[in-house]
Structure formats: structure tokens, C-alpha cells
Design a protein around this ligand. Structure first.
Ligand code: BTN
Length: 249
């Protein structure tokens, strides 16, 4: 990866690059604690202990994917923390679509899918009022272990095996993250909710299984803080604050 090229194009993002690191999240948390600015980035070519959501691991082989954590000082009320996750998912999908022309779907809170397969995952953590947005994009993988919870894909697998350049995608990703942050600041959380609902086939009228409980229900939009609403057959509605959903097979 040509880091100098990325730095030259994204002067608004101080970039801390590592050829190999345990997890970019750990390094980004240290930066947040020492007062690093909004937009600071930890980017790695390989992670040896990549962290996924809900205690899972994130496979991060060298030279293959994008593994980065971006510090976001969004000034969001704690109750609206999910908005940050939705915002970063929107940015990742936007960057993939702009650089590859592949159409992405979003599954609450922030899985980026191509069809039913996951191409990117996002993990957000809060450190001292600073959101650390960890973004992993599968770029040039040619296969994945068969036993993954959600079937995975890569941009290369979705492009007839053609190798994909990572630099333009990193540059666009950082630009898209900034664009959606500015949207949040200028138009408010409602606009992020609107954009997410428009981009996600999971936001409404989708039969899903709630990961945590195994219950089946139908999605019925997002509330004002970005929580997913699920209606069950008994007429009750649940506000999903953590975890996730998967499609009813
Ligand atoms: C998920 O489970 O879907 C979230 C995956 C998040 C992976 C990214 S890769 C960059 C950053 N560093 C990590 O250790 N995890 C996140």
C-alpha cells in the first residue's frame, strides 16, 4: 500500500500506518486517550488479532484487505451513539460503490453486504467521548473459511476475480466518512437515519431472526436514536440496542 499517496490525498486525516499490528482498535484507543484530533486514522496492512463485533475475531491477512480505525469526535449525545455506527456503515458502502460500482446493502447496525454476503464490517467503541470506528473491508481475498456465521465475500470475488487496488478505496473511504460527518453536523441525525433507511433492505418489512434471542420478527424502521424496531407476531415491538439480526432463511 502506498501510504504517502494516501497521505498526500487526505491531508485532513493524520495517518498512523503499521505494516503489522495486533488490532488498529487498540492503537486508536491510545490515540483517543492522548487527545488525537477528529479524523486521525490507524491503518494496517495486517492485523494479527483483528477484533470483530460481539467478541468475534476479524480475519486480517497481510496485503489483502483494508483494516483501519478512524477517530470521530462527533459531539453526539450518548443516547444517540448508534447513529455513529450507521454513519460509518453508510460511508463504507458509499466508498465501495464509488470505487467499484458494486451495489451494497446495509444490515443494521452496520454490516456492509453484497447480496447476502458480508464484504465489510464495522466496530464502534467509545473512548473518552471519542467514537473509534473500526472498518474492515474484504478486498482481494479469494476464499473464506466455510464456517463463518455470515457468509463473506470480497470485492475481488464480486469482480470476476479481478484484483482491486486498495489505495483509491482507502482515500474514498476517508472522504466518505468525512462527508457523512458533515451531513450529521449540518443536517442532523434525522438525515443519517433517512439515508440509512433508504440504503438498507433490512430497515423495514424484512423477516429477520434476532441474533441474541433467536426470535423471529419483521423490521419496522429505526427510532430517533438509531435503534432497530422489530415487530413480533404477538403484536409486541422490540427496540434492538445491541447485537444484530440475520435473514430468515
Ligand atoms: C464486525 O464484526 O463486523 C466488525 C469487524 C471490524 C473489523 C475492523 S478491521 C479494523 C478494525 N480493527 C479491528 O481489530 N477491528 C476493526
Amino acid at each position: 500500500m502506498n501510504i504517502e499517496n494516501i497521505r498526500a490525498q487526505r491531508t485532513a486525516n493524520p495517518i498512523h500506518f503499521f505494516a503489522s499490528i495486533g488490532s488498529t482498535m487498540t492503537e486508536a484507543a491510545k490515540l483517543a486517550e492522548t487527545g488525537a484530533p477528529h479524523g486521525a486514522v490507524v491503518l494496517a496492512d495486517e492485523q494479527t488479532a483483528g477484533i470483530g463485533r460481539l467478541g468475534r475475531t476479524w480475519l486480517s491477512p497481510p496485503g489483502t484487505g483494508i483494516y483501519c480505525s478512524v477517530l470521530l469526535r462527533l459531539k453526539l449525545a450518548p443516547a444517540s451513539a448508534p447513529i455513529a455506527s450507521l454513519l460509518v456503515g453508510l460511508a463504507a458502502a458509499d466508498a465501495i460503490q464509488k470505487t467499484t460500482n458494486l451495489l451494497c446493502d446495509l444490515r443494521w447496525p452496520n454490516d456492509v453486504l453484497i447480496g447476502e454476503r458480508k464484504v465489510a464490517g464495522i466496530l464502534t467503541q467509545l473512548v473518552n467521548d471519542c467514537v473509534i470506528a473500526g472498518i474492515g473491508i474484504n478486498v482481494n481475498q479469494l476464499s473464506f473459511p466455510p464456517d463463518l456465521r455470515t457468509p463473506a465475500t470480497s470485492l475481488r470475488m464480486e469482480s470476476n476475480g479481478r484484483e482491486q487496488a486498495r489505495e483509491p478505496l482507502v482515500i474514498q473511504l476517508l472522504e466518505s466518512v468525512e462527508t457523512f460527518c458533515e451531513k450529521l453536523w449540518s443536517e442532523g441525525a434525522k438525515e443519517i437515519l433517512r439515508a440509512f433507511s433508504a440504503a438498507s433492505s433490512y430497515a423495514r418489512h424484512r423477516r429477520v431472526i434476532v441474533e441474541e434471542s433467536g426470535e423471529r420478527g419483521t423490521t419496522s424502521g429505526l427510532d430517533d436514536n438509531g435503534f432497530l424496531l422489530i415487530r413480533f407476531e404477538n403484536g409486541q415491538t422490540q427496540r434492538l440496542a445491541t447485537g444484530g439480526v440475520r435473514p430468515v432463511p
